[in-house]
Write a protein that binds this ligand. Structure first.
Ligand code: MG
Length: 300
């Protein structure tokens, strides 16, 4: 089984940090992750800087990364979030060949995160997909709040499926089923994947877990057993969502790799090099990184 790790540290990891990280430090972090063997890296977000100031200068960050000769030679694919056509234009101008749209499965979160209803967000995503495909740019789709909403609580499977089917019809190459607030547990993961697999090809599905309640790795294991082969993670275990209060802690890339390597998976990614990338970033963010593996590795 080939497992793909999609590294989101430079975007999902840093977007929720109170201390702004310089362009130079963001670039060094993303470069180091690419050199560690991660081949898919989300490096920015083309959202309005007044909404997410941490992602300002994503143009500069992405343009520098796609021009980095050794990362080009390694076939590292860089991507960024784009909420609308303006974001897509900026992403293309920065040289990206891959972007991501991010509708939610719950109405209240959609309004808070995107200032749009779910249907309006899907219409925006569709416009991005049509234009991106016309420019030869591939599009990933996230489904936020797929396992629970910070405002509405439980999210019905039918709501998740509806967004997935809409994304697939738009031509996204992958759908990241996202536990925005870190409430998912393995029983729910198994049940949701079973429902999704009945309606969608399992190969388009990726899982995006947060470790807020300590269940992220257990969820990955349950998803692996259910046939999922693509997982999102953030080096250092940073991140959350500015519009999902309390949703700290994406699944740490280090923690994920430690488990995957033990299972004989994703061995091409250098765990020690990911730790080194996180260690170089840590002073710039001004607080200890939450990754368990990372913390253990720093004990001497
Ligand atoms: Mg996240």
């Amino acid at each position: 089984m080939n497992v793909t790790v999609v590294e989101l540290g430079p975007r999902d990891g840093l977007q929720n940090e109170p201390t702004p990280v310089s362009v130079a430090d963001r670039l060094a972090f993303a470069r180091a992750l690419g050199r560690a063997g991660l081949t898919r890296i989300e490096a920015g977000a083309f959202v309005h800087p007044s909404r997410v100031p941490q992602m300002a200068s994503s143009d500069e960050v992405c343009a520098a990364l796609v021009a980095e000769p050794d990362l080009v030679a390694r076939h590292v694919r860089f991507s960024a979030l784009v909420p609308n056509l303006r974001g897509l234009e900026r992403a293309i101008a920065a040289g990206l060949r891959e972007v991501a749209v991010f509708p939610a499965a719950s109405e209240t979160f959609s309004h808070r995160n995107l200032n749009q209803s779910v249907d309006e967000a899907l219409a925006s995503a569709r416009a991005v997909c049509v234009s991106a495909q016309g420019s030869g740019v591939r599009v990933r789709g996230y489904v936020s709040t797929a396992f629970g909403c910070p405002y509405e609580g439980q999210v019905p499977v039918t709501a998740v499926l509806r967004v997935c089917e809409a994304l697939l019809a738009m031509g996204v190459f992958e759908i990241a089923i996202s536990d925005t607030i870190g409430v998912a547990h393995p029983g729910q993961v198994r049940a949701l994947i079973r429902e999704l697999r009945a309606a969608l090809p399992v190969t388009v599905l990726a899982m995006h877990f947060h470790d807020t309640r300590g269940t992220a790795l257990a969820n990955v294991l349950a998803a692996l057993d259910a046939g999922i082969a693509t997982f999102d993670a953030c080096a250092g275990g940073l991140g959350g969502c500015p519009f999902a209060p309390g949703a700290t802690g994406n699944l740490a890339t280090e923690d994920l790799l430690y488990m995957l390597h033990g299972l004989g998976l994703a061995r091409e990614i250098d765990l020690a090099a990911v730790v080194a990338a996180s260690a170089r970033l840590e002073p710039a963010i001004g607080h200890p990184l939450p990754s368990r593996y990372y913390r253990a590795s720093q004990v001497r």
